[in-house]
Design a protein around this ligand. Structure first.
Ligand code: HMG
Ligand code: MG
Length: 303
């Protein structure tokens, strides 16, 4: 296998949003900058959501402001509505992400509205973003399973993905938020979505609750997906997905991709060192198997 696979680092947002301990702005900025130094070219650095709902993401404006611009690197942030977009624009964000769900129950719990209302709410958000030259990515959460409603049909996820694409999102990240999906279901989902929108516009976003995340990345890769979201040290989860563990670890995804001959432009041992450091700082186990193995072997000598 050869070719390029894009890795979107979501640890500073999807990871940190679920940690019991909120990191101060300076530490969040430092982490994002260090991640950019490893060769990662797209890093989700914050969320302009209600600090009452997700206190860990408070002060994302300050994080994005301090990061500023860096040639060749994109720092993006989640926005749930117009208010979030305006705050993101004020902070100089070049890219934002809107997030809908394929499950009604999750949509209500996560953003306090129905799927249809969320999609309607995104229309003016995308229009304003377009006017300001800001790129918009779209997430669909709970594409395979929902913590409140059970299994989700690929058609349902496909409809929401297609709508976000039609609204102007340049890429749609398919999120197995609960982390219960299996490779066959992942392949079916990708095949279904690819009938509705270009394969090149799809990204995979897997959580590792049932230990399937790397297998699901592999299944999506075989089905043609070339963009994956991941989180250093497998940080995170979702505050509105009880029991869900962290995202697939960036280190594990890089190990898989590099082993299969794909280029990513990312320095795996460097990410592994950051994964070890952030796990220590947060006082949590490092959920990345590749990260732990590299640390045990003395990372630098074993790329
Ligand atoms: P709401 O309570 O329905 O909002 O929350 P509202 O419009 O009724 O406003 C209530 C208050 O919130 C008002 O303040 C607003 O100003 C404020 P008050 O007058 O009471 O002082 N407000 C905001 N504050 C800051 N930023 C904003 C904003 N909007 C309103 N943008 C809302 C609706 C969407 C705001 C809320 O439900 C929310 O913030 N939800 C975010 C939840 C979240 O971040 N979840 C985690 C991310 S999603 C995820 O993890 C899945 C994903 O990673 C994919 C995957 O893993 O599979 C993407
Ligand atoms: Mg996630």
């Amino acid at each position: 296998m050869s070719g390029f696979v894009k890795v979107v680092e979501v640890g500073p947002r999807d990871g940190l949003q679920n940690e019991p301990q909120a990191l101060p702005v300076a530490a969040r900025v430092e982490l994002v900058e260090q991640l950019a130094d490893t060769g990662l070219r797209h890093i989700e650095a914050g969320a302009f959501v209600s600090p009452r709902w997700v206190p860990q993401m408070a002060d994302s404006g300050e994080v994005l402001r301090r990061l500023g611009r860096r040639p060749g690197v994109r720092f993006s942030a989640l926005v749930p509505n117009q208010q979030g977009l305006e705050a993101a624009l004020a902070a100089g964000c070049e890219e934002v992400a809107v997030f809908a769900a394929a499950s009604e129950a999750f949509s209500q719990r996560n953003i306090n509205c129905s799927i249809a209302d969320s999609l309607r709410r995104f229309e003016p958000v995308l229009a304003l973003a377009r006017e300001r030259g800001v790129r918009v990515r779209g997430y669909v959460s709970c594409v395979l399973d929902c913590p409140y409603g059970g299994p989700v049909a690929p058609q349902r996820a496909g409809e929401v993905a297609q709508r976000l694409y039609e609204l102007g999102c340049y890429e749609i990240s398919l999120g197995d938020t609960l982390g219960k999906g299996t490779p066959d279901a992942t392949a079916r989902l990708v095949e279904h979505c690819a009938e509705r929108l270009p394969l090149a516009a799809l990204a995979g976003h897997f959580h590792d609750t049932f230990g399937m995340a790397v297998a699901n990345v592999h299944a999506a890769l075989q089905a043609g997906v070339r963009t994956f979201d991941s989180s250093l040290a497998g940080l995170g989860g979702c505050p509105y997905s009880p029991g869900a563990s962290g995202n697939v670890a960036t280190e594990d995804v890089l190990h898989l991709l590099h082993g299969m001959g794909y280029a990513t432009g990312v320095d795996l041992p460097a990410v592994a060192r950051l994964g070890t450091a952030i796990s220590q700082r947060l006082g949590r186990p490092n959920a990345s198997r590749a990260g732990r193995a590299l640390a045990a072997a003395g990372g630098e000598r074993h790329p």
